[in-house]
Design a protein around this ligand. Structure first.
Ligand SMILES: Cc1cc2nc3c(=O)[nH]c(=O)nc-3n(C[C@H](O)[C@H](O)[C@H](O)COP(=O)(O)O)c2cc1C
Length: 318
């Protein structure tokens, strides 16, 4: 499989392991890069610049291309993150969720490929206009934060028709079948989160790992409830897709009351300390049902690589 992505970053497989704050550090990114994909380091609003510097120093020592993912809404509060990302040596930076436009030129002129996630065609046209190099067409199936507007396949087709910029597909792509489908449609690859969340190289907590592997295909929900409970300052327009749990069942549809309930807010903070996954938030997309065991990142990449056989078989049918 040769695409713009594999050629640009010398990859064997057109798969990017998404920057997942709290889940994807240097260890996961390096494992993905070593297996022939592109690994990304996930930066959240509370990530310190020192952590970024350390993880990126480690990544540079691998000699592989890697990426770093920033949350645009949090950058005005975290100028140190911006500086650390600029000096990171990463080949790709993703700037998603919020006003990213003013940062594009700075990263591009330092030689980095700039990517951003879009959830509808209006955002894709704006990203093209802003000079972004790679558009992530992220459908509603995707794990973590984003929009819940349109499913991946409908979004991908619309975006590919609307812009000339390279487009990578995200949301619900959990196996070689999904990768083959989006490559055949014209995407340069797949931007994958959930399929890597249970890998031993991720920093997923032990109980969350067990929940992820046990989860069925219908286990996720799109919500702002967990952000409310955590007192997170995410822009309200971005909910997240996560596993439903007891805490969600208790508070579903009652976010205004939740935000004013000190006991519930304390319960969430305490639960994090003891990895109580009946309460804490575990981000995951609709592909979670495809997670089987805690496979290594290299095995996940190897399975995605089988997409080339599927594409060959599809071509033979024609
Ligand atoms: C656990 C988890 C954490 C995530 N954190 C981030 C993040 O910090 N920054 C980001 O740009 N995207 C984040 N995402 C979203 C991914 O970039 C990507 O859009 C999504 O995982 C694709 O869908 P999939 O999970 O179905 O593969 C996260 C996704 C997951 C599952």
């Amino acid at each position: 499989m040769r695409t713009w992505l594999t050629e640009r970053f010398s990859l064997k497989v057109p798969v990017v392991c998404a920057p997942m704050a709290g889940v994807a550090g240097g260890r996961l990114a390096a494992a993905v890069c070593n297996a022939g994909g592109l690994g990304m380091i996930g930066v959240g609003d509370k990530t310190t610049p020192d952590w970024i510097v350390d993880e990126c120093r480690f990544m540079r020592s691998t000699g592989r291309s890697f990426g770093i993912g920033l949350q645009a809404w949090a950058l005005p509060l975290n100028s140190g993150q911006l500086e650390a990302a600029m000096a990171s040596g990463a080949s790709v930076v993703s700037l998603s969720y919020g006003a990213y436009e003013t940062y594009v030129e700075g990263f591009r002129s330092s030689g980095m490929v700039v990517a951003t996630a879009v959830g509808n065609v209006r955002e894709a046209l704006a990203a093209h206009e802003a000079g972004v190099d790679l558009i992530i067409a992220r459908g509603a199936e995707g794990g973590g934060h984003g929009r819940n507007d349109i499913g991946t396949l409908a979004l991908l087709q619309t975006v590919l028709d609307a812009v000339a910029t390279p487009v990578i597909a995200a949301g619900g792509i959990g196996s070689s079948r999904g990768l083959a489908a989006v490559i055949a449609a014209g995407a340069v690859g797949a931007w994958v989160g959930t399929a890597f969340t249970a890998t031993p190289e991720s920093t997923t907590t032990p109980n969350a790992r067990k929940r992820l592997v046990a989860a069925q295909d219908t286990a996720t929900v799109y919500t702002t409830l967990f952000d409310v409970a955590a007192g997170a300052r995410w822009p309200a327009e971005f909910g997240e897709r996560a596993l439903r749990n007891d805490f969600y069942g208790l508070w579903e549809g009652r976010e205004p009351q939740l935000s004013k309930d000190p006991d519930a807010l304390r319960a969430m903070a305490d639960a994090r300390l003891i990895d109580d996954v009946d309460v804490t938030c575990i981000d995951a997309g609709q592909g979670v049902g495809m997670l089987r065991s805690d496979r290594a990142a290299s095995e996940v990449i190897r399975e995605f690589a089988r997409a080339s056989d599927l594409l060959r078989a599809a071509a033979a049918q024609g």
